[in-house]
Write a protein that binds this ligand. Structure first.
Ligand code: PLP
Length: 372
């Protein structure tokens, strides 16, 4: 049986009656830039994130770049981030003029280790970027306390974690709520995906939110008057209309992803050679990815391919070992937990439209590989 890693066509079949009229209304109105849909989406995402402000922008990458640019980084200023993440996390630091400083992760959740972040703080540190990797939140309580103590901006890269929650001091906190800025991506494959690129920043602080809004639109609060040089990074009204139409489904989609994850984890618990992804009991995971550690990974990948089971290695090369970051002088072996993860992880199909025949096929293929 063929099980694609992700099936957006199946998703579209189920919701197109809701999405197409919303898009057609933008087209009929010919209101493509900063239409009312953008503001409505900003309100919805801010509410979901427990944040006061939502500021839409052109991509998840820009949702990281814009707050980093607002810091006005000077040459040599450092920003701490994990190296086990999508490239954009560190690319944005570099493009904002900062020097990425990589911190190792926790072996269980794959999230950045607050103790490693603390050890990486120097007098040049200006910000911390945490990543809620694969849809499970990092220890944002500990990292917010650290950022606070040292006067640093804390950016939550929540590109993979829209709607995820974590109990902090006994209270549910949403992804994007406790950071100085929370950054979301609406790349089509994310849990809430547009029909193209899109992103959103959320923030609590009024002054900062104004600054981010200016930075998104050429650095001017008033048209044709510019306080600083900003970017052109808007979210199209068509994309906002798509996202608004999909938004009501997001909670049920997350619950279905959790159900599938529980099914996989129960099945894999009995298979020697596979370590299912542990969920921190403080977290409500949204399973953007279901990522196992696998013994004899390369052989498993070939087996999954032969059985038609979609799979991908997120991420095969840690960011401190990328050629473009050679100038940082971080050697192999510097981040042992990150490097080990890149050698062991495999992500398997997880999306709400998977049928039980398909999840059975995924489990059967993994079982067959390890147990014959
Ligand atoms: C997808 C992603 C981004 C970038 O989002 P784009 O919308 O593709 O620019 C940033 N960080 C992480 C962790 C991501 O997964």
């Amino acid at each position: 049986m063929n099980v694609p890693l992700l099936d957006l066509v199946a998703q579209h079949q189920g919701i197109k009656d809701a999405v197409l009229p919303a898009v057609m209304s933008v087209i009929e109105r010919q209101g493509f830039i900063m239409g009312p849909e953008v503001g409505q989406l900003e309100v919805q995402v801010a509410r979901l994130s427990g944040a006061k402000h939502g500021i839409a922008c052109a991509s998840g990458t820009d949702a990281l770049l814009i707050p980093l640019r607002a810091l006005g980084l000077k040459p040599g200023d450092e920003v701490i981030a994990p190296a086990f993440t999508f490239f954009a996390t560190a690319g944005a630091i570099h493009n904002a003029g900062g020097r990425p400083v990589f911190a190792d992760i926790e072996p269980g959740t794959f999230n950045v280790d607050p103790a490693a972040v603390e050890a990486a703080i120097t007098p040049r540190t200006r910000a911390i970027v945490l990543v809620h990797i694969f849809g499970q939140m990092a220890d944002v309580g500990a990292l917010a306390a650290l950022a606070n103590k040292h006067g640093l901006m804390l950016i939550e890269d929540a590109a993979q974690a829209i709607g995820a929650r974590r109990k902090v001091d006994g209270q549910w906190r949403a992804a994007g709520e406790l950071g100085t800025v929370g950054s979301f991506s609406f790349f089509p494959t994310k849990n809430l995906g547009a029909w193209g690129d899109g992103g959103m920043m959320v923030a609590q602080d009024d002054t900062l939110a104004d600054r981010l809004r200016r930075e998104r639109l050429h650095g001017g609060a008033r048209e044709y008057y510019h306080d600083e040089v900003g970017l052109n990074s808007r979210l199209d009204s068509i994309q906002a209309a798509v996202l608004l139409a999909k938004f009501p489904y997001l909670a049920a989609w997350g619950a279905r992803r959790r159900d599938i994850a529980a099914l996989y984890t129960a099945a894999f618990a009995g298979i020697a050679g596979v370590t299912p992804p542990p969920v921190d009991p403080a977290n409500e995971h949204i399973f953007h990815q279901y990522t196992i550690r696998a013994e004899r990974r390369e052989a498993l990948l070939a087996h999954l391919k032969s059985r038609g089971i979609g799979h991908k290695v997120y991420y095969p090369l840690a960011l401190h070992l990328q050629p473009c970051f050679e100038y940082l002088g971080v050697r192999a072996g510097a981040l042992p937990i990150t490097e080990r993860a890149t050698a062991e992880v495999v992500s398997l199909p997880i999306y709400p439209e998977l049928t039980s025949a398909q999840t059975d096929a995924v489990i059967a293929a993994v079982r067959e590989f390890y147990q014959g």
